[in-house]
Design a protein around this ligand. Structure first.
Ligand SMILES: *Cc1c(COP(=O)(O)O)cnc(C)c1O
Length: 390
């Protein structure tokens, strides 16, 4: 079945409807189907609702076990996790931080909070991750080594760290990226907010750099209402993360002594309780999200004029948000219109970071692929509860 461009929006609606349940379908809705009520009620019954409690300890252990990271530190949201991760990586005012332009604004905001400057990198068009060969060529052109630092020769500023992001749950090709960061001496941070449950060559994302971050926002695969976590395989760094996110208070029976500037970023026990219950359901969510993605792939395969994004062969993706890439950018609005009018919530990519007014003066490489794909990309309903029986 091929379709004329003018008919494509309605053909897409029909294909999506053949996969999805009747009624309105949101983009990614929370699914609360397990022990959430019991665990949250226990917090309410015992009064352990706030910054201390057994569920905070438990979610940190559960996350470490699940991801294979040595340690996890639970925090109030993914943005806070990134803020502290960059701080721990040594990012300071006036430094540049390499990051994708195709990302949620949190990645860039975290750098701003430290007075650092985002330096935007381009995406590759297949899985929307980082274009690593293009980045390598860019660094060869603009970066020099000076006094043990990497310096941007155009701005004179130190490039301290690189944040990669596993876009919509599809892992970046980490092996060559780790190699490139090592060659330049750049600290690697994984913004794994979207990739809980995604594996790179069999190993969970968030294990490949110095430190990485997760988000448990309402639209993520696991939610605590709001929440996040820091992952690291360096126990000393994890201890620092815990200390910094709990106001840098020295343990003492009654004295309040803070040995450095800290953050009040700890995840409340109430939210952690919900997260523990959500994590119990993660394997089932992942299975159903894969089934949904497979159904979409089959239903959309018959349409010419678009590509449904599937996982890279080096990875197993969580399919957090499913993606259609249209061939023709002129059809972006008509498809968004037709799908949303039919009760199927869809949305375009985030406006690329380098096109936001606040980033006008930020350094960047050529971002033509990011601009191209951002003009053709549509996220489609992806909640696990929308999958039929697997
Ligand atoms: C969700 C998300 C975050 C963190 O968001 P919070 O709402 O602060 O938890 C960070 N980066 C990316 C790419 C995200 O998608």
């Amino acid at each position: 079945m091929s379709s004329l461009p003018a008919a494509l929006p309605q053909a897409i609606v029909a294909a999506m409807r053949s996969v999805l349940p009747a009624g309105r379908c949101g983009l990614h809705e929370p699914e609360i189907a397990g022990n959430e009520w019991a665990y949250v009620k226990e917090c309410l019954d015992t009064g352990w609702v706030s910054s201390v409690g057994s569920y905070v300890d438990r979610i940190e252990k559960d996350l470490a076990t699940y991801t294979g990271a040595a340690r996890a530190v639970a925090v109030v949201n993914g943005t806070a996790a990134l803020h502290v991760a960059l701080h721990l990586a040594g990012v300071r005012a006036g430094d540049e931080v390499l990051m994708p332009s195709l990302t949620f604004v949190a990645t860039a905001n975290a750098a701003h909070y430290l007075g650092a400057i985002p330096h935007f990198m381009d995406a590759e068009p297949h899985y929307l991750g980082l274009d690593i060969p293009k980045l390598a060529a860019h660094l060869d052109r603009v970066a020099i080594r000076k006094n043990g630092h990497v310096v941007n020769r155009e701005t004179g500023r130190v490039i301290r760290a690189l944040v990669c992001m596993h876009t919509y749950g599809h892992p970046v090709d980490l092996d060559p990226l780790v190699e490139l960061c090592a060659a330049w001496g750049l600290k690697l941070i994984e913004d794994a907010a979207e990739s809980l449950g995604s594996l790179y060559k069999g190993r969970h994302t968030g294990n490949h750099g110095l430190i990485s971050t997760l988000s448990f926002n309402g639209n993520k695969i696991v939610t605590t209402g709001g929440g996040g976590a820091i992952l690291t395989n360096d126990p000393a760094l994890a201890d620092r993360a815990k200390h910094l996110t709990t106001t840098a208070k020295q343990p003492h029976k009654w004295d309040f002594v803070h040995d450095e500037m800290g953050f009040n970023y700890r995840l409340p026990n109430l939210n952690a309780a919900m997260g523990c219950a959500q994590l119990e359901q993660l394997p089932s969510k992942l299975e159903r999200k894969r089934a949904l993605a497979a159904s979409y792939a089959a239903a959309l395969a018959g349409l010419s004029g678009l590509r449904f994004l599937t996982e890279p062969d080096f990875a197993r993706s969580n399919y957090w948000l499913n993606v259609m890439l249209l061939d023709d950018a002129a059809l972006l609005e008509p498809v968004l219109d037709a799908t949303n009018a039919a009760g199927l919530q869809t949305r375009p990519a985030w406006r690329p970071m380098h096109l936001l007014a606040m980033h006008e003066g930020c350094p960047r490489m050529d971002l033509s692929t990011t601009e191209d794909v951002a003009g053709r990309l549509i996220n489609i309903p992806s909640s696990p509860q929308m999958a039929g029986e697997p």
